[in-house]
Design a protein around this ligand. Structure first.
Ligand code: CA
Length: 411
């Protein structure tokens, strides 16, 4: 019998060891093969493991298997942290120990042979605004004569309720939205396709365990309630947004589509990614206090038509996910299984760390170069892919689910 030279677990799945989807990652998704119903799988390397039939080999009455036979992660997520940990330990063992190989391998499907679906039934959707650099940039662009940050910004994580029904899976075509636009130098609004269609590179957090109506979630309870994270693109029509957002906030400029990754990375896979926040001044109120490290060291890439145009660093986010969850429930509002909250656009201090074209082109006034030509907002046919990586618990890096979407002409 031979022993691996290090303690780092390795998998028998071909091509997976040392990849961005090794045993220290194991994101969940919903997949189907030709002629079969969508059900829950876990990604290892370039394969998806069909979880339910493997779980039933050992236990035909497995409650986990029953949850994994359904076409979303919600039933599994509702089982709670203890079962998530049991499942992750079991999956790791099955994919690590060669003794399981013969009976498990038939349930592995090459990614090329499966269709991936929206992984969760989205409950409520909240979008925050947690990057100081993004909020300051937008303030300077939209309100050049005022302080870039409004007085509340450093006291609470600003957010709004978005439209969960239009959260779509990566790969879904984005139809250019129509609506009312009025440039500052125009007398009256006109109706038509957005001329300033944009992206927002964000991270999404998926709620597993619900909270009770009337009870707040403490910042220390993030891991008890949060199942995992997804890549998220908050498509934004800046011209619709600029005309409609005062006084009640984002509406049709945002609600036409929000894309999320096919893969949900369990919070446990991010254990090595926690890092200290850049610093909060003034000190937040008691219910928003967190113990460091409360931030996440996740590297993001914004890819436009195959070219990386920005590298936003999630570690620069001012507000932590624990503070967003605590703030969202501090009035007694519940979170439920399948609820999704997003971080807000991830932007760092440098010009090439901005997570929106609004910022990259400074309101359209300073075009950036991509594909050998000057660009401002999205054109029909453009494809945007958001990619994310983080330190893994085995010393390498893991990839989070990427989010892709192509813009098609208005209808
Ligand atoms: Ca947003």
């Amino acid at each position: 019998m031979t022993h691996s030279p290090s303690d780092a677990p390795t998998t028998w799945v071909e091509g997976a060891a040392g990849s961005l989807f090794d045993l220290d990652n194991l994101p969940y998704g919903v997949f189907s093969t030709a002629g079969t119903e969508p059900r829950v799988g876990v990604r290892i390397g370039d394969h998806v493991l069909d979880l339910a039939p493997v779980a039933e080999i050992g236990d035909p009455a497995s409650a986990l298997a029953a949850a994994w036979r359904t076409p979303s992660l919600n039933a599994f997520m509702a089982m709670g942290r203890e079962q998530w940990d049991v499942a992750r330990g079991w999956i790791t063992e099955v994919l690590r120990d060669d003794v399981h190989r013969a009976r498990t391998a038939p349930h592995l499907h090459a990614l090329a042979d499966v269709e991936l679906h929206l992984p969760i039934e989205v409950g409520d959707y909240v979008d925050f605004y947690a990057s100081e650099h993004h909020a300051s940039n937008v303030g300077r662009i939209f309100r050049p004569d005022q302080e870039p940050l409004l007085p509340n910004w450093k006291h609470l994580p600003v957010g709004y309720h978005g439209r969960s029904g239009t959260v779509v899976a990566s790969g879904t075509e984005i139809v250019r939205p129509c609506g009312q636009r009025k440039a500052p130098d125009e007398d009256a609004p006109t109706y038509g396709p957005s001329r300033r269609l944009d992206i927002e590179a964000e991270l999404g957090f998926v709620v597993g365990t619900p909270s009770r109506l009337g009870e707040r979630v403490a910042t220390t309870d993030l891991a008890a309630h949060t199942f995992g994270v997804v890549g998220l693109n908050d498509w934004s029509a800046r011209d619709l947004q600029a005309w409609e957002y005062v006084p009640l906030g984002p509406f049709l400029g945002k609600s036409f589509a929000t894309s999320i990754s096919h893969w949900v990375t369990p919070l446990a896979a991010l254990d090595a990614a926690w890092t200290d926040l850049p610093g909060q001044d003034p000190e937040p109120l008691d219910y928003l206090r967190v113990r460091e490290p409360a931030g996440l060291d996740i590297a993001v890439e914004v890819v436009l038509d195959g070219e990386v145009v920005a590298r936003p660093p999630y570690a620069q986010m001012y507000w932590s996910p624990a503070q967003m969850l605590a703030h969202m429930t501090v009035n007694g509002a519940t979170v439920r299984t399948g609820d999704l909250w997003a971080s807000g656009t991830i932007s760092g201090p440098a010009a090439d760390e901005r997570g929106s074209f609004l910022e990259l082109s400074w309101g359209g006034r300073e075009p950036f170069t991509a594909g050998g030509r000057e660009r401002t907002f999205l054109e029909d046919g453009d494809e945007v892919v958001l990619r994310y990586t983080a330190p893994g618990t085995s010393g390498g890096r893991i990839a989070l689910g990427e989010v892709a979407g192509r813009v098609v002409p208005a209808r």
